[in-house]
Design a binder for this molecule. Structure first.
Ligand code: ACO
Length: 382
């Protein structure tokens, strides 16, 4: 096999069909089940988008009410999950907490399934498992942040919608509607993005007929990396390093001289701008006005215009979402777990799609190691 046949990083390789989302870099658009994501972000609660990703259609009022009722019933931080998180060092990265928590939920839910062939589950069981994780993750993420701050968990409120309750469990106070709206939009924008690294990881695991929880646990691991989900956290580290808009040029001179990657910029698919950025930037603008923090916008704009001007590499979704989550009051370490809470919808939709039309994902490799050689003194049995 020649080098030209190898697609390093699977760049440009189309591996399967999906009916869940369409990323079109030419028109700079992203569709979930046919709907432009910015239209969904402007009009829908996150629960309705979760339903859309799983079922292919937006819910009727009754269907949405049913999903919300189930989600509310399963919101609580259960004793086993809390105990498992508490066993981890408080300095553990929250993505490690999330990964552990998903594993605990899966082990409890699948307890008693002795035969590995049965763990894969029916479509109905997998939808139920998807809703279980969707409902449980906010309490896990919220508790992680509170634990690091030395605070107790806050009980879920069943009179609040998903986004408002998430903020309630994190901060222990009701969020302003402007904040709830911006947060809801961010969840929708992060929900799904075709065969990105974590979703593909989930599909690879699902393709072995392993269970949904194992596939999600693997996806959490893939999302943790700074070239993927970890970038929203890294953006805030960069903002902290730079400090203020007037220091951007000096900072960038140094960073580029040292060939540093500027987190929150660039994308494997979008080369002329990430389709989700304008919607998230509008949400960031509303938060900047709400919290009266024009300094954040000044730094954001200065770094964007200077970096785009010099390199022609555009911001991705993590660039506006990092400062938005910071303004809301999330710790930087909590950003990637927020991405998990959103992307659980896309991951589980993909796992179910993979299960519905499965083929084991098993690519080939081209060997470039040493030629065949033999153990000195080895004499084969005659
Ligand atoms: N900062 C500096 N240079 C960059 C950046 C960046 N953010 N992104 C790309 N480049 C440069 C590369 O150094 C490379 O230059 P070279 O050809 O001189 O070596 C060139 O642009 C091409 O970059 P690749 O990394 O090969 O492009 P690829 O498509 O593989 O990378 C990626 C996409 C990994 C996202 C990259 O742009 C990156 O590392 N960005 C920073 C991390 C980030 O923001 N990730 C979030 C992804 S979106 C999401 O998860 C919501």
């Amino acid at each position: 096999m020649t080098d030209t046949e190898i697609k390093k990083g699977l760049a440009g390789v189309t591996v399967d069909y999906t009916a869940i989302s369409k990323v079109n870099p030419d028109t700079n658009s992203l569709l979930y089940r046919g709907y432009p994501v910015h239209e969904l972000a402007a009009t829908q609660p996150f629960e309705a988008v979760a339903y859309l990703l799983w079922h292919g259609e937006l819910p009727s009022e009754t269907q949405l009410a049913q999903l919300r009722a189930t989600e509310r019933e399963r919101r609580a931080l259960t004793d086993d999950v809390k105990a498992a998180i508490d066993l981890l060092p408080v300095e553990a990265h929250p993505m490690d907490e999330v990964r552990t928590a998903v594993s605990v939920i899966g082990a409890a839910d699948l307890a008693g399934i002795g035969n590995v062939m049965d763990a894969v589950g029916t479509p109905e069981e997998n939808l139920d498992r998807s809703i279980r994780l969707f409902a449980a993750l906010p309490a896990i993420v919220a508790y992680g942040q509170r634990r690091r701050r030395g605070q107790d968990a806050v009980a879920a409120r069943d009179d609040l919608d998903y986004a408002a309750n998430f903020l309630w469990m994190t901060f222990g106070e009701e969020a302003d509607p402007v904040v709830v709206d911006a947060f809801n939009r961010s969840m929708i924008l992060y929900a799904e993005h075709s065969f990105n690294a974590s979703t593909f990881t989930a599909r690879v695991i699902a393709s072995t007929l392993s269970d949904l929880y194992s596939a999600v646990t693997g996806a959490v691991g893939a999302l943790k990396g700074p070239l993927h989900g970890g970038a929203n956290e890294a953006v805030l580290h960069i903002f902290d390093e730079i400090g203020s808009a007037d220091r951007v040029t000096t900072w960038l001179d140094d960073a580029l001289a040292r060939k540093r990657k500027i987190m929150g910029f660039g994308h494997r698919v979008y080369k002329r701008g990430d389709s989700r950025v304008p919607t998230m930037k509008a949400a960031l603008d509303s938060l900047v006005a709400h919290y009266d923090r024009p300094d954040v916008l000044a730094l954001y704009d200065a770094l964007e215009s200077e970096f785009v001007g010099r390199k022609g590499i555009y911001p991705n979704l993590d660039y506006p979402s990092g400062p938005a989550y910071n303004l809301i009051g999330f710790d930087t370490l909590t950003f990637t777990p927020l991405f998990v809470a959103a992307r659980i919808t896309g991951w589980t939709a993909h796992i179910m799609e993979q299960q519905a039309s499965n083929a084991l994902i098993r690519p080939l490799s081209a060997y470039n190691g040493s030629d065949e050689r033999h153990i000195e003194g080895y004499v084969p049995d005659s």
